[in-house]
Design a protein around this ligand. Structure first.
Ligand code: HEM
Length: 185
């Protein structure tokens, strides 16, 4: 059965002897996988004892890799142990993964969080209202990529606009003057 684990428990398993990591609030013991990891041991050891969600997603692991996670799952982070407790150092409030997180208020006073104030703006719950459901809110996928805005119309600068009209007026005036001259003859 899957255990409920705390951030502190995960953090203790940060050496080659025992490597635990968190991916999307699930805890994995990947000690046996260090030597088997196709991406080498370095990425695994660097993520040891930490939340590796972003590192794991950024690599663009295949569906096979994601399916492999199941084999190494040992538990789930307890409610309130996710967002800030595990990721204070690596996730910033601007992170798309962090949007709408309702867990932050619960752990915004966590010691060692240098920007604890900024976490407060993402609150929406009190410590007592933090639930498993709310902790999952941390993992909202980043939205679809924003498309470049296309230029809808070309705007002529005011100065150039006036100059064009002046030029047209000048040409017409000369034409009028010349035609008047030829008319007089
Ligand atoms: C327990 C978790 C992990 C599993 C099961 C896993 C599994 C795999 C697998 C199966 C591959 C081969 C390529 C693929 O199928 O996507 C791979 C490649 C790789 N993984 Fe992981 N991985 C894990 C964690 C991590 C972490 C935390 C990092 C940190 C950055 C990482 C970085 C890489 C890199 C850099 C490659 C090489 C990608 C390439 O050659 O294009 N992996 N991993």
């Amino acid at each position: 059965m899957s255990k409920i684990l705390t951030a502190d428990e995960v953090k203790r398993h940060n050496t080659r002897k025992s490597v635990w990591m968190v991916i999307r609030n699930e805890v994995y013991d990947v000690t046996a996988f260090i030597d088997e990891h196709p991406g080498g041991e370095d990425p695994i050891l660097e993520a040891a004892g930490q939340d590796a969600t972003i590192a794991f997603e950024d690599v663009g692991h295949s569906e096979d890799a994601k399916a492999m996670l199941k084999k190494y799952k040992i538990g789930t982070l307890a409610p309130g142990e996710g967002c800030c407790k595990m990721r204070a150092q690596i996730w910033r409030s601007s992170s798309p993964y962090h949007r709408d997180c309702t867990e932050c208020n619960a752990s915004s006073d966590m010691p060692g969080t240098s920007d604890s104030k900024s976490w407060r703006s993402f609150d929406g719950g009190t410590p007592s209202s933090v639930s498993r459901k709310s902790s999952l809110k941390c993992f909202k996928e980043p939205g679809p990529p924003r498309h470049e805005r296309r230029i809808q119309r070309i705007v002529v600068p005011k100065e150039r606009f006036n100059f064009i009209y002046l030029y047209i007026f000048f040409v017409l005036a000369i034409k009028f003057h010349l035609s008047m001259e030829s008319f007089k003859k």
